[in-house]
Design a protein around this ligand. Structure first.
Ligand SMILES: [Zn+2]
Length: 461
């Protein structure tokens, strides 16, 4: 059995006591954490060092549970930075829809692979990919293959929309459920359990009421997580009010989609009653602060949600509206956004922000028993971040350094399911530079294809 040891660094366990070991160690057997604690200063450390076949001296580094990126759209790495400075509806129409339709199966694979690499290299070991472009049957397989090959832990929320959206991206209910059946059969539990499938109706404004109701029943029958964009912009509130006479959460509840396995993505425009409904249902909210700022969607009421005991997890959102996948950057944005929004600097201290990105992320994914913290018996999803950098050191508190100073470039080594997938800043399972080269060539083709009709894709600089 492979045994691995990470030692001599500061361990932020994120266990229920929030134990910190300085210096500490994490001892791993196969895919599971066996020991976590103070790094012994007596002879017993020799026995630990000798028994492990892979060791990592983490002096000057911090060891944390892998972050959970609870909302992204990996395919959008191909679209990031096409054009900034647009509101959501215009951004969808002018950038996301045309490029989604022009992308081919190979593009979805390469785009997702770059996204997986970026997530791993910025500290996320577990991602929720809301994938809603099913123009070719191979698109889904490409995204899932990228997760498998990169070594990341990933869940695909099978996105679908049937009523009001770009017509070529709409599908019938029958198509959506048949494809979800197929994905569950072929992929759920694949790659030693690293890959999962969830249900992902795209949003409340583009889906018919019947589809939402059937999606709720399907999720319940198959015991799936339901992942859905809710109340992202104020327009969406007006839309459901006009169509159904209901606010967003009222509609979600009315169709049966609000429960402990529900992930309410964004949840920016929610009133007190809606927050109480989420708390009562024990649903999770996925907060994507960078995307909400980039698209000027609004500020989610995260401090109020936390006061009500709502499980708030974090996401980058797709690279189309972020524009990166830097999971460490999201920590700082989360803390700063809510402090300035409420003019209260005591809100969201570093350990609480880390809790959202680890423990709460795992809980949102229904995996709090085996992920989200560094504790014996849990899966070995571990991230080591190097703090010996001019923009971080000297270090007083590792949690503060991690949230406010470090960025994705400081991630040194990453293990997922006990496997080393990033070591000293380099991917171990895939050739990053070769993938970037292939992706750039495909994106150049894509731009050439779109430029005649969409000026935004013309090269101007
Ligand atoms: Zn999204």
């Amino acid at each position: 059995m492979t045994k691995k040891l990470i030692y001599n660094g500061t361990v932020l366990t994120m266990n229920p006591d929030r134990s910190v070991y300085k210096p500490g160690y994490v001892y791993i057997e196969h895919d599971t954490i066996r020991e976590v604690g103070e790094w012994p200063q007596d002879g017993s450390k020799q026995a630990l060092l000798e028994s492990a076949s892979w060791v990592h001296d983490a002096e000057g580094k911090v060891i944390v549970p892998g972050l959970v990126n609870t909302h992204t759209h990996l395919f959008q790495t191909f679209i990031r930075g096409v054009s900034d400075d647009m509101p959501l509806a215009q951004w969808l129409r002018q950038i996301i829809w045309p490029s989604s339709l022009a992308m081919e199966a190979e593009d979805f694979y390469l785009a997702a692979l770059i996204g997986c690499i970026e997530n791993l290299k910025s500290g996320a070991t577990y991602i929720m990919d809301h994938h809603y472009v099913h123009t070719y049957p191979e698109n889904d397989d490409g995204v899932l293959r990228a997760m498998e090959e990169s070594g990341i832990r990933g869940c695909m929320a099978r996105g679908g929309v049937d009523l009001s959206y770009e017509p070529k991206l709409r599908e019938t209910e029958e198509e959506i459920f048949a494809n979800t059946d197929k994905l569950l059969d072929q992929w759920d539990g694949a790659a030693s359990g690293r890959i999962e499938i969830a249900m992902g109706p795209l949003n409340l404004y583009g889906c018919s009421r019947a589809f939402l109701e059937h999606a709720a029943k399907y999720s319940e029958r198959r015991q799936l997580i339901s992942h859905i964009h809710v109340a992202e912009t104020s327009d969406q509130i007006e839309n459901t009010k006009a169509r159904f006479g209901l606010r967003n959460l009222e509609l979600l509840e009315a169709v049966g989609l609000l429960g402990p396995k529900t992930q309410v993505v964004h949840g920016v425009w929610l009133d007190d009653g809606e927050l109480e409904s989420i708390a009562r249902a024990k649903a999770s909210v996925v907060h994507c602060p960078v995307s909400n700022m980039y698209l000027a969607s609004g500020v989610a009421r995260v401090p109020d949600m936390l006061k009500l005991g709502i499980n708030v997890a974090l996401g980058t959102d797709g690279p189309g509206s972020n524009n990166c996948q830097d999971n460490l950057e999201v920590l700082k944005f989360t803390a700063c956004l809510h402090k300035v929004n409420q003019l209260d600097s005591t809100l969201l201290p570093p350990m609480e922000v880390l809790q959202l990105a680890t423990v709460n992320g795992a809980r949102a994914m229904g995996r709090e028993r085996d992920l989200g913290s560094l504790e014996p018996g849990k899966k070995a999803d571990v991230v080591v971040v190097d703090l010996r950098k001019a923009h971080i050191s000297p270090v007083h508190r590792a949690s503060s350094a991690l949230v406010y100073n470090a960025n994705g470039n400081d991630v040194d080594t990453v293990l997922v399911n006990g496997q080393v997938v990033v070591e000293h800043g380099a991917c171990t399972l895939v050739d990053e530079q070769e993938i970037i080269r292939r992706a750039q060539a495909r994106v150049d083709r894509l731009r050439a294809k779109l430029a005649p009709e969409y000026p935004v894709f013309r090269v101007v600089e």
